[in-house]
Design a protein around this ligand. Structure first.
Ligand code: SG4
Ligand code: ZN
Length: 255
């Protein structure tokens, strides 16, 4: 496909994409004893996330992840200095042996992680915003294994076979995207970082929620085993290794 990078050889990103060598890269390991509680971190308020009865949504396998395109009527209306419009959400995962979240908590990976990517409304498009220091806000949440099937995740995972090959897409009925995130958005970590893939632009104001989401073992297996990347290889372990903090502070909205 068009961009020639993969997860197997992450050190080669450094040669081709200079920003990947930067001092504020993502993901990071969140060391809970080192975070700074900031009681003044504003609560996050989302708007327009309930897309029920709206037009169908495009789900794609872009060779690096499973991605759902989102309308910019979905917004973060409080929590940052400016309003951020949603662009897409996607996932990072491992395989049955290796848990594949990107962020880690005290060096522990979760099985998977969801990222909802938003761009600053001062810019005309995500493409324009992606290279600006205040361009992006990504909401991240950890996905673990629970006893029950997650009906909301099933809206995506039930059609995953339709996008098993690289660069394929399909349409799914719209639904309430808020339900893909944890019940409570009050407890989160915040730090400044980057895209976790090439070109690694240091343009992301990161929020990683403390509360987690669960899907069934079977649902996680569908994510881990169904998708293919280039050369018909299994699309799995699509997570970047944790990057050095280099003195950055990680804030927590809770004590
Ligand atoms: C995934 O590869 C997405 O498909 C990319 O989106 C995204 O890049 C990239 O991850 C990095 O995003 O939240 N993990 S992350 O830091 O959103 C951008 C597209 O290629 C620019 C559209
Ligand atoms: Zn991501």
């Amino acid at each position: 496909h068009s961009d020639h990078w993969g997860y197997q050889d992450q050190t080669s990103w450094l040669n081709t994409f200079t920003a990947c060598n930067g001092k504020s890269q993502s993901p990071i390991d969140i060391v809970t004893r080192d975070v700074t509680y900031d009681p003044r971190l504003p609560a996050i308020k989302l708007d327009g996330y309930d897309l029920s009865d709206g037009p169908e949504l495009t789900l794609q396998n872009n060779g690096h992840t499973l991605q759902l395109q989102l309308p910019n009527t979905m917004r973060i209306v409080k929590g940052f200095d400016e309003i951020y419009y949603a662009a897409q959400l996607h996932f990072h995962w491992g395989n049955t042996e290796v848990p594949g979240s990107e962020h880690t908590i005290d060096n522990v990976h979760f099985p998977a992680e969801i990222h909802v990517v938003h761009y600053n409304s001062r810019y005309g498009s995500i493409k324009e915003a992606a290279s600006k220091p205040d361009g992006l806000a990504v909401l991240g949440a950890f996905i673990g294994i629970g006893l029950h099937e997650n009906d909301n995740y099933e809206k995506i995972l039930s059609v995953i076979k339709d996008v098993s090959s690289e660069e394929s897409d399909t349409k799914i009925p719209s639904f309430n995207v808020r339900l893909l995130l944890p019940n409570s958005l009050e407890r989160f970590y915040r730090y400044t970082g980057s895209l976790t893939t090439p070109p690694c632009f240091q343009s992301v104001n990161w929020t990683v929620f403390n509360d987690t989401i669960t899907v069934s073992r079977k649902q996680l297996a569908a994510l881990e085993e169904t998708l293919k990347a280039g050369h018909n290889e299994s699309l799995s372990k699509n997570f970047r290794a944790p990057q050095p903090l280099n003195g950055r502070r990680v804030l927590a909205s809770f004590p």
